[in-house]
Design a protein around this ligand. Structure first.
Ligand code: URA
Length: 239
């Protein structure tokens, strides 16, 4: 994937993005032996970049499986100073960002990566990665609700794609249910809005599975790096 030259230099840890821009305009940077002073220039991973005649070491690609706790924001920084998913990766020397989002009050499986190409692939609607959620909902689902949820409900004038649903637990006294929902879409508040469409409020939500990946052996707030095999399987999901 082509990236802006200043970004690649910054990612390699040579200098901040601002400083990298100054180095480019000052003529200190060459790409494949050619001096580049234009800031918008894009480079490919195969391009040879030198700063003051010294080749930069490009960041290697890493992807982690993170068990996001509830009460954490799925972004790199937050204007309101809330804890972000990146705060959990202080000991990791790569610039990771989340693949998609989980709501502030949703917990569960979130991939964190510095591999832009993989992230784009996974988030592309065409690729329809299956995701399994477990929701605690208010009220009990009727057979009609189940039919609607599995065949598609209207959200903002658009029909949701078919979903799989399994009732894991019913508490008649408390009038709540624990429901497993498997979907392929990833629109904003997708699960909450699907239940809302059949008049059930989601009290608690967690993502248990993403494609073939599960939270196995992790507890809330923990992460592990994906194996080469797992990354390769993710890369080939869309083939
Ligand atoms: N659907 C939601 O409503 N929230 C999430 O965090 C993920 C899916």
């Amino acid at each position: 994937m082509a990236e802006r030259l200043q970004k690649v230099i910054a990612q390699a840890g040579v200098a901040s993005r601002r400083k990298a821009e100054k180095m480019i305009t000052a003529g200190q940077v060459t790409v494949n032996g050619k001096r580049i002073t234009e800031l918008g220039t894009k480079v490919e991973p195969s391009d040879k970049i030198e700063v003051n005649g010294v080749p930069i070491e490009k960041e290697t690609l890493h992807t982690y499986l993170f068990y996001k706790p509830r009460g954490v924001i799925s972004s790199v920084k937050d204007d309101k100073g809330r804890k972000t998913v990146v705060d959990y990766f202080e000991d990791v020397p790569y610039r990771l960002y989340p693949v998609g989002r989980l709501d502030y009050d949703t917990s569960g499986l979130l991939l964190m990566t510095n591999d832009g190409e993989l992230a784009n692939k996974l988030m592309h609607p065409r690729n329809e990665v299956p995701k399994v959620y477990v929701a605690k909902i208010k009220g009990l689902l009727s057979p009609e609700d189940i039919h609607s949820l599995t065949h598609g409900v209207r959200i903002d004038g658009r029909k949701s794609a078919p979903a799989k649903l399994k009732i894991l637990k019913t508490d008649e006294k408390k009038n709540t249910q624990i429901v497993q929902l498997t979907i392929h879409e990833g629109h904003y508040h997708q699960v909450k809005r699907m239940f809302e469409a059949v008049h059930h409020f989601v009290e608690k939500l967690s993502r248990e599975k993403y494609a073939f990946l599960t939270l196995k052996s992790l507890t809330s707030g923990e992460y592990r790096e994906l194996t080469h095999e797992e990354v390769s399987r993710l890369n080939h999901l869309s083939d």
